[in-house]
Design a protein around this ligand. Structure first.
Ligand SMILES: [Zn+2]
Ligand SMILES: [Zn+2]
Length: 361
C-alpha cells in the first residue's frame, strides 16, 4: 500500500466470546495478491449475524481475533498486486463467499458450498464468518467477491445486494421463474420482502406474501405484493388456493424458517410446482411427503449468493426495477453497534434492516 491517507490503526468490532462484541482499536489490514482494501461505508446486520455473535459458527476464528459483518459496501482505497480491473476510488459492494476454486463444487461453479469451507490455507474465505469482515473502518476482500456498484445506488442500499442475490440464487436452484407465474412468499423479513420485488421484476404476475407482522406485510405490499395474508387471521393455504382457482402457486419461496412452513409450502404449491427453501430453520420439521412425491414437486435449498448473482441483482437496481430503501429502517455508527444489534434482534421501532456505518462518527 502506498496511500498516506490510510491509517495503520482503525476501529473495529471484535468478537471476544459468545455475545461479547467490543469496538476497539485494531490494525488496518493490508491487501495481498488479488485483494483490495475497502473503506467500509455501510455494513448491514443480517439474520445470521446474531447466530455468529451469540452462538458461534463453523470454523469461526478464535475469540479476540475476529471481526464479523458480511453485508457491506464502500470505496476501494488500495489494491494489492495482480488486481486487473478494480482501482482506487471505485464504489463497490461485496458478496461474502469465496470458494477455494479447485474442489468438486467450486469446479462446477458452486463456490458457496465449497468443500474446503473455512480452510484458509486452501484459499477459502467466508468474509464475516470465517474471515474478518465489515464491522470495521476497513476490510480486505478478494476481487472475486467485489462488484462495482452503479451511481444511482447508495452505499446503504448496496449493502443489501446479497439480500437480493440470495433470492436470485434460490430461484436458480429451482430452475428459475417464468413470466406470468404465481408466487407465494412465506415470511416478510428482509429476504421475503426482497423476494417479492425480485419475482415481480422477473415477471411474476401474482405474488402472495404471508406472515404475522402487519408492519412488515405492509412493506411487502408497498414493494409489489398483490395480496398480503396475516396468518393469525387467515389460513395462508386457503388464501393461495382461492387466489389460484384451486390450482396452487407455481412457486413457493419459504423465507420464514417456521416449523410448519414446509408443510404449508407443500400444501399451497401446485402439482409439479417448485419450492425454494431459504428460511434457516434451527428446529427439525415434519412434513407429509406423499403429496410432494406423487405430485412431481421439486424443492431446493440455497447457500448464500452464488453464481455471481450479485451482478444480476445490481443490474436490476441500476435499471430501477428494485429498491432497498423501504427495507432500511435504522442506521448506527460502529461505536453503537451493540445498540444496533439489540434494535435488530428485538425489532425495536419496527426494525427490518439495520445498517452500521463504520466511517460515520
Ligand atoms: Zn447475510
Ligand atoms: Zn471449493
Amino acid at each position: 500500500m502506498n496511500n498516506a491517507s490510510i491509517p495503520t490503526t482503525m476501529r473495529a468490532a471484535v468478537l471476544h466470546g459468545k455475545g461479547d462484541l467490543r469496538v476497539q482499536d485494531w490494525p488496518v489490514p493490508e491487501p495481498g495478491q488479488f485483494e483490495v482494501l475497502i473503506k467500509v461505508m455501510a455494513c448491514a446486520i443480517c439474520g445470521s449475524d446474531p447466530t455468529v455473535v451469540n452462538r458461534g459458527w463453523q470454523a469461526l476464528p478464535p475469540y479476540g481475533t475476529f471481526v464479523p459483518g458480511h453485508e457491506y459496501s464502500g470505496q476501494i482505497v488500495a489494491v494489492g498486486p495482480g488486481v486487473p480491473d478494480l482501482k482506487v476510488g471505485d464504489r463497490v459492494a461485496i458478496e461474502s463467499h469465496k470458494g477455494c476454486g479447485f474442489c468438486k463444487n467450486c469446479k462446477r461453479g458452486r463456490y458457496t458450498i465449497c468443500m474446503n469451507y473455512g480452510n484458509r490455507d486452501a484459499g477459502h474465505r467466508h468474509y464475516g464468518f470465517t474471515t474478518n469482515g465489515g464491522y470495521a473502518w476497513y476490510a480486505v476482500n478478494h476481487i472475486s467477491t467485489v462488484y462495482k456498484i452503479p451511481d444511482n445506488l447508495s452505499y446503504e442500499e448496496a449493502a443489501l445486494i446479497t439480500t437480493t442475490a440470495c433470492v436470485h440464487f434460490a430461484l436458480d436452484n429451482i430452475g428459475g421463474l417464468l413470466g406470468g407465474e404465481t408466487v407465494a412468499v412465506l415470511g416478510p423479513g428482509p429476504i421475503g420482502i426482497m423476494a417479492v420485488q425480485l419475482v415481480k421484476a422477473l415477471g411474476a404476475t401474482k405474488v402472495i406474501l404471508t406472515g404475522t407482522r402487519e408492519a412488515r406485510l405492509k412493506v411487502g405490499q408497498q414493494v409489489g405484493a398483490d395480496i398480503i395474508v396475516d396468518v393469525n387471521r387467515e389460513d395462508p393455504v386457503q388464501v393461495v388456493m382461492r387466489e389460484t382457482d384451486g390450482v396452487g402457486a407455481d412457486i413457493v419461496i419459504e423465507c420464514s424458517g417456521g416449523a410448519t412452513a414446509l408443510q404449508q409450502s407443500v400444501d399451497m404449491v401446485m402439482r409439479g410446482g417448485r419450492i425454494s427453501l431459504i428460511g434457516d430453520s434451527h428446529e427439525p420439521s415434519t412434513v407429509q411427503l406423499r403429496k410432494f412425491v406423487l405430485s412431481d414437486m421439486s424443492a431446493a435449498g440455497v447457500r448464500g449468493e452464488g453464481m455471481g448473482d450479485c451482478a444480476r441483482s445490481l443490474a436490476l437496481f441500476k435499471a430501477g426495477k428494485l429498491t432497498a430503501k423501504p427495507l432500511i429502517t435504522h442506521c448506527f455508527s460502529l461505536e453503537d453497534i451493540n445498540e444496533g444489534f439489540d434494535t435488530f434482534i428485538n425489532r425495536k421501532g419496527g426494525a427490518v434492516k439495520v445498517i452500521i456505518k463504520p466511517n460515520q462518527i
